[in-house]
Design a protein around this ligand. Structure first.
Ligand SMILES: Cc1cc2nc3c(=O)[nH]c(=O)nc-3n(C[C@H](O)[C@H](O)[C@H](O)COP(=O)(O)OP(=O)(O)OC[C@H]3O[C@@H](n4cnc5c(N)ncnc54)[C@H](O)[C@@H]3O)c2cc1C
Length: 464
């Protein structure tokens, strides 16, 4: 006779939860999973995937404009928001179905309802009187947008609602300049919306390399986005069909919509964690050890709810490591070094490894290689765009510590750069790699001059 209903019960069917449930079930464990909204979680339903589709949609306008220089005639350009957003919904529905089938095929019991923890081995499902018992519980409940506490905050939307807009606003104020704020600023601006970004700090994208932060802010301003730093919101009021955002310095901005992109908080409220003895951290995240185990031996947590590196591939890897540790008896800790990251702003950012500022703190001597140039296609399109690429090197070992890029395809290039960086590539090894010409990525292997002796700004005649 088995002691528990399940070997594993997972709360939250997002990136981390679905992966853990499937893998554990495929190993022959009896697995149940509860999801209170839609299977797939943030990434699939209201994060990475629909966001990237909107990013693609928002870039066509400028690309069609640029095509003129290459001989194309494009007349009567018109953008239809309902067409885009309905096509995005369709893809989200397809993925939601695919994730559901994955769980079904793996033999995982699915409960489309909110779950809470009653005690370390008992999970309560909101729609039933009888709780379920489990040997292990995995908390994979993700995070939700944190809304700023200002008068009129009820008028604010978050990224969640951006995916459900029936009409495109004429203008939008975005509060916050982290990666979600920057991405939505670029999406809306690309679709012709007048965008103002308000941020209380002194530069966008806190935590990224300073050259990227400065570069993207300058480029976004050049594209007509009104970025206002050191700016605090006092209140939001209704004004006609739109809103009036009053600023603490006395100014005000009127806009059709106001969005908050001021961070996210772990979903641990009223989950029963503390009563089960699970320790929570300063912002409510589940405190876990390197194997994702909480302060209670049989309760684990992965993904955003642990507030480590809040990215989909990280949640998936943490979930995989959890299954290997607990059900395969192969203790595995996630390695947080060299996680590549992108900001799908316009221009795009791709980055992996240490920023210059971090490396200066951690290493005795570092070398910087930096290059800023006009991409070849801009010579004909006439667009005023620049690419910035930067390498951070440990001067003592020649190891590449960080790669940072601003410009077209930066995310794709950063993903590829992450492989040699993770393997401990040296600058000399990059230099020994033959360039692929003509490409933007070739700059990665052709940067010869340390930043103290900057190379001349290069044009499309880079190979000359
Ligand atoms: C706008 C946006 C854009 C993003 N873009 C990127 C990107 O480009 N690249 C990237 O890597 N990451 C991106 N992210 C982050 C990424 O989506 C998250 O890091 C990832 O989804 C975390 O996975 P998770 O499994 O921890 O949580 P989630 O995917 O959030 O899943 C948690 C699930 O738990 C459910 N849940 C919560 N509480 C309960 C409960 N009590 N009972 C039952 N179910 C519950 C929720 O409904 C949710 O479905 C983005 C996030 C946002 C918001």
């Amino acid at each position: 006779m088995t002691e528990y209903d399940y070997d594993l019960f997972v709360i939250g069917a997002g990136s981390g939860g679905v992966r853990a449930a499937r893998l554990a079930s495929e190993l022959g464990q009896r697995v149940g999973i509860a999801e209170e909204y839609r299977i797939g979680g943030t990434c699939v339903i209201r994060g990475c995937v629909p966001k990237k589709l909107l990013v693609y949609g928002s870039r066509y306008g400028a690309e069609i404009e640029d095509a003129r220089g290459f001989g194309w005639t494009c007349e009567a350009l018109r953008f239809d928001w309902p067409a885009l957003i309905h096509n995005v919904y369709r893809e989200v529905d397809r993925l939601n179905g695919a994730y559901t089938r994955t769980l079904e095929n793996a033999g995982v019991d699915r409960f489309l309802i909110r779950a809470t923890i009653e005690d370390p081995h008992t999970v309560k499902l909101a729609d039933r009187d009888q709780p379920v018992s489990a040997k292990y519980i995995l908390v994979a409940t993700g995070s939700h947008p944190e809304m700023p506490d200002v008068p009129g905050k009820k008028y604010l939307i978050s990224s969640n609602e951006c995916f459900q807009l029936e009409a495109l606003p004429d203008s939008i104020v975005i509060i916050g300049a982290g990666y979600i704020g920057m991405e939505f600023a670029s999406i809306f601006a690309g679709l012709g919306v007048a965008v103002t970004v308000l941020y209380r700090g002194d530069q966008v994208l806190r935590g990224f390399d300073m050259d990227l932060r400065d570069g993207v802010a300058e480029a976004m301003r050049d594209r007509g986005i009104d970025l206002r730093m050191d700016t605090n919101v006092a209140s939001i009021e209704k004004e006609g069909d739109g809103y009036r955002v009053a600023l603490k310095d006395g100014g005000a901005i009127s806009a059709s919509l106001v969005m908050a992109a001021t961070g996210r908080v772990p979903n641990t409220r009223e989950l029963g964690l503390q009563q089960a003895g699970v320790a929570l951290g300063w912002n409510g995240h589940v405190v876990v050890d390197e194997y994702s185990k909480s302060s209670v031996d049989n309760i684990y947590a992965v993904g955003d709810v642990t507030d480590r590196a809040n990215l989909t591939p990280v949640a998936i890897r943490e979930a995989t490591a959890f299954v290997e540790t607990v059900f395969e008896d192969k203790p595995k800790a996630m390695d947080y070094n060299f996680i590549p990251t992108a900001v799908f702003s316009e221009p795009e950012i791709g980055t992996v490894g240490l920023t210059e500022e971090e490396a200066r703190e951690m290493y005795r001597a570092i070398d910087i290689y930096k290059s800023s140039f006009r991409p070849m296609r801009a010579t004909i399109s006439g667009r005023d765009e620049k690419v910035m690429m930067k390498l951070v090197i440990d001067a003592e070992t020649d190891k590449v510590l960080g790669f940072h890029m601003l410009g077209p395809d930066a995310a794709e290039i950063a993903q590829m750069a992450a492989i040699p960086l993770k393997l401990g590539v040296t600058k000399a090894q990059l230099d020994a790699t033959t360039a692929l010409h003509p490409s933007i990525a070739e700059e990665l292997v052709t940067m010869r001059h340390k930043w103290e002796h900057p190379a001349p700004i290069k044009g499309s005649d880079a190979a000359a």
